[in-house]
Design a protein around this ligand. Sequence first.
Ligand code: FEO
Length: 172
Amino acid sequence: MLDKKIAAMLNGQINKELYSAYLYLDFANYYADEGLDGFAHWYEVQAQEERDHAFMLRRYLINSGVRVRFEAVAKPDKSFSDHLAPLQAGFEHEQYVTSLITAIYHAAFEQKDYKTMQFLDWFIKEQGEEEATAEDMVKKMKLFGSDARGLYALNQELAARVYAPSATGPAM
Ligand code: FEO
């Protein structure tokens, strides 16, 4: 049986991941409205991945005999001044999510809950990748985004992202 505090933190993380999906869909809404369909597509795929993260956490709790309970998902209410702004907001958001995952990991460590630590290993790695990707997108946009041809090329590049449900996923 999971420690109550760890279970509550994991349950809370489901909400954060669903919020991430909602936030990134909102970014996609913005880019679609701006005519940047590649950027919109990229964030639609990202939203699907975030939803998957929520499902993984939910499944882990269910498999651990925990009754999952949902809270309201917050409204993403960001307005953007330019095409770079969502990318920067995305990078900051991933850093925030990493801090949340790290906090759960630390709590699991303190409880000697090695099973949850093993489960979270996948998320720790995933956060490292997501932060690196988000930072890379900010850098590319700063380098190429102010030029129309550069922006067009970036849009094409992002349009090529393919959604693939995680083949491995975390250990359950
Ligand atoms: Fe599920 Fe982007 O963190």
